[in-house]
Design a protein around this ligand. Structure first.
Ligand code: RB5
Length: 157
């Protein structure tokens, strides 16, 4: 599978660990940085990666910051992107089967590398369930379209 990876300075070491794991498993990794621990604002990375995911290349990505929360909030601002934080196996599976996320956000200050690798594997290996979940995700998409349209209309040109 093709998977994008991105991190801020706090997430960098865990991102590297996840990258090694994914490559060892035979995945095709696109690394959007950062590549050291120089302080970096997480929205800068999240927007870059989420925009790439919205364009479908790569189709999915893992973002890492201290908690995963800032990465998920930012990624979810990019139209068409659905990001979730998951620090347990159940949530990692549900993030895909129920929520159809293309972005998994992890907190390097929350999960150890081994658990992170397990969670990424569960998330990648889970498929959207459709059915009632499709109806609910469809409502998210509809809300997104309506809210984005409104915001665009209200912006003075
Ligand atoms: C540091 O900027 C820290 O706030 C960040 O890594 C992340 O935890 C934000 O959600």
């Amino acid at each position: 599978m093709k998977i994008g990876l991105g991190a801020d300075h706090l997430g960098y070491p865990l991102k590297e660990s996840i990258k090694r794991h994914l490559i060892a498993e035979g995945h095709d990794v696109i690394d959007y940085g950062v590549n050291d621990t120089t302080p970096t604002d997480y929205p800068d990375i999240a927007v870059t990666v989420a925009r790439a995911v919205a364009a479908g290349e790569p189709p999915q990505a893992v973002l890492v910051c201290g908690t995963g929360i800032g990465m998920a909030i930012t990624a979810n601002k990019v139209p068409g992107v659905y990001a979730g934080v998951a620090h347990d196996a159940y949530s990692a599976a549900k993030a895909r089967t129920s929520n159809n996320t293309q972005v998994l956000a992890l907190g390097a200050r929350v999960v150890a590398p081994e658990l992170a690798a397990t969670l990424v594997g569960i998330w990648l290996g889970s498929e959207f369930g459709g059915g009632a979940s499709a109806r609910k995700v469809g409502k998210i998409q509809k809300a997104e379209q309506q809210l984005t349209r409104k915001r665009t209309k209200a912006t003075p040109r």
